[in-house]
Design a protein around this ligand. Structure first.
Ligand SMILES: *[C@@H]1O[C@H](CO)[C@@H](O)[C@H](O)[C@H]1NC(C)=O
Length: 599
């Protein structure tokens, strides 16, 4: 899941003033900001990896030492030494993974506990408030089925027939997208459009005629919603506005961020729109989706990683953070998944993905001193206090959202477990690196659940090698009462990675870790009267619950946990892709390849 997850922006984002990264005379408009940025970056990269440059660089590139202190120094080559368990062991090509029925069914019960509370307290409304047993909508003009639709494919996967039929009936009787209010383009696409498409797909393959009969209805609803969303793409560049009025069908620029779009938001609509085109034969959605990636591709050169803000007016990146967490994350996720979705025929996405992953390895990956945990850090544009030069500040901060990346790296190696001649003992250099980095990042994410509650925090900071604390601890959670950092809002990314890692390797440790995490949710988030609630601070016992249950708890966290313990042949990864909201979509052969597909 990951997602732009701009979802709940984690700190008030301030966009750096646009001209900050510009040289007086940029070589070319398109190149502009990013190319310059990347030149500076490559310099910065040398800093991390080459200790010799250290003294000069320290003052040149780090603008605010009190925050960023100094760059990480990586021991050894690339990621330093990994433990033997991070290396791929000899894994059979065709894994058969048996269900752990007892544990799977306990997870199913947690879903039932959550969903029955929703039916009782808030049925049909967009969101459940579990402590007060109430509901609310995203806008004042009525529900768009946010929770119901986000839950449909989970209900089908976990075989909740009665609940499914009640939800389907609600959709037939009440679902209405003709709502005169602004909705978030990205969230509406991944949760609602994605949910409808997955419901269409799963009902269409159901053996139960009463369920299979619903398939055309979901496609009709998805097409209606898709048509309304198209208005967001009516911009000079084709980069969509962050908002959409579903009644007027016009895009709405993001006023909080100077009208800019987030990288992840703009680039995480593609699986949904392309599948909709595949189903309807109408290529309009596909073209809009592809155009976004083409605009981004024109600018992202060299290292393949990009700032989190892009301007819908001219399609140019704006000086802003480079990160794999909020507003960045699912751009990278969807590069790989687009390649997998269309049966690995659109090679442009695999190339873009590989370039981005090598940029991440080169510029963002670091390792802690104490335990050698791999993590990713962020880069923040900054002006040097003395020279006034534009530079990057390294911030060793990792959002929980980044935890999708470990599983994603492993999925990139196996390509769904179906990669021709995948020989685990003789992976090529790229795949070996990707696998080691992937499993290393999963391990780190699990480590960040080592808190008082056993749950991971929204944001974790890592210690620099020269911090005194780095000898005794790898990471910490920023203290502060009003920070969102210490919260756990039932996010899925770590268990998502555990699911992908387990399915790809069959290594039992991934189930063990998933079970530990599930038990911590049981202990601290379960609400006695029904539902599960987010908690305020993962380090404080007893945990203080807040009156919210995010829809992704139903669509993602519990679905990934359930599938982690289910039979490996249920929703196999070689024939399915999960959208960033964990909605299940099939791999398909594209009817035609576009000129862009195989660039
Ligand atoms: C949410 O919208 C539905 C209609 O779609 C309405 O019945 C319900 O009262 C709304 N909830 C709130 C809290 O306004």
């Amino acid at each position: 899941m990951s997602a732009a997850r701009q979802r709940k922006p984690q700190t008030a984002e301030k966009v750096a003033p646009k001209p900050a990264m510009r040289r007086p005379k940029p070589k070319s408009q398109t190149a502009g900001v990013v190319r310059i940025a990347l030149i500076v970056l490559s310099g910065a990269a040398m800093v991390w990896f080459g200790t010799k440059l250290w003294p000069t660089v320290k003052t040149t590139f780090i603008a605010k030492p009190q925050v960023a202190k100094t760059p990480m120094v990586l021991p050894g080559m690339r990621f330093g030494m990994l433990s033997p368990s991070d290396r791929p062991s000899d894994v059979p090509k065709k894994l058969h993974l048996e269900a752990d029925v007892e544990k799977r069914d306990e997870i199913r019960e947690a879903f039932e506990w959550s969903y029955h509370a929703y039916e009782k307290c808030a049925f049909g409304q967009d969101e459940l408030h579990p402590l007060s047993c109430g509901g609310s909508n995203l806008s004042h003009v009525g529900s768009i089925g946010y929770t119901v639709i986000d839950s449909l494919d989970s209900l089908l996967v976990m075989d909740f027939k009665d609940e499914y039929h009640r939800a389907a009936k609600w959709c037939r009787d009440h679902l209405d997208f003709d709502r005169d209010a602004t909705f978030n383009t990205f969230e509406t696409t991944i949760r609602v459009l994605g949910g409808l498409l997955a419901a269409h797909y799963l009902t269409s393959i159901s053996n139960d005629p009463s369920i299979a009969a619903d398939a055309p209805f979901y496609l009709e609803r998805a097409t209606d919603l898709g048509d309304r969303l198209l208005g967001a793409f009516e911009t000079p560049s084709g980069i969509p506005y962050s908002g959409i009025n579903l009644h007027t069908r016009s895009g709405v620029p993001d006023r909080d961020n100077n009208g800019l779009a987030s990288l992840a938001e703009a680039a995480t609509l593609q699986l949904e729109l392309k599948y909709l085109s595949h189903l309807t034969g109408d290529m309009t959605y596909w073209r809009k989706a592809e155009r976004v990636t083409a605009v981004i591709r024109q600018q992202v050169e060299n290292d393949g990683i990009a700032p989190i803000f892009i301007n819908p007016q001219n399609g140019q990146f704006v000086a802003s953070e480079i990160r794999l967490g909020s507003r960045g994350d699912s751009y990278y996720e969807y590069l790989l998944k687009q390649y997998l979705q269309t049966a690995r025929q659109e090679t442009v996405y695999r190339d873009m993905y590989d370039e981005a992953m090598s940029g991440i390895k080169k510029l963002l990956v670091a390792k802690t001193k104490k335990s050698g945990l791999l993590f990713t850090q962020e880069l923040k544009p900054a002006r040097h206090p003395q020279s006034g030069e534009n530079t990057w500040q390294i911030v060793p901060k990792q959002d929980h959202l980044v935890c999708f990346l470990g599983g994603s790296f492993i999925l990139g190696v196996t390509e769904g477990g179906n990669k021709e001649d995948l020989d685990w003992k003789n992976l090529d250099e790229r795949d070996t690196e990707d696998f080691m980095l992937g499993s290393g990042l999963v391990k780190t994410c699990v480590d960040t659940y080592n808190t008082a509650t056993g749950l991971g925090a929204e944001i974790v900071m890592f210690y620099h090698h020269e911090d005194e604390e780095s000898k005794t601890a790898d990471w910490y959670i920023k203290p502060g009462h009003n920070l969102v950092d210490a919260r756990n809002i039932l996010r899925p990314e770590t268990v998502e990675s555990l699911f992908l890692a387990y399915r790809s390797t069959g290594d039992q440790k991934y189930r063990d870790w998933g079970w530990q995490i599930f038990q911590a949710f049981q202990k601290h988030c379960r609400v006695e009267s029904g539902g599960y609630a987010i908690i305020k601070d993962v380090q404080i016992l007893p945990a203080e619950q807040e009156d919210r249950m995010e829809t992704f708890w139903l669509s993602e966290t519990l679905k990934y946990l359930y599938l982690l313990f289910d039979d490996g042949d249920h929703i196999p990864l070689d024939t399915h892709v999960f959208n960033t909201e964990a909605h299940i979509l099939p791999v398909f052969e594209p009817a035609t390849l576009t000129a862009f597909s195989t660039l």
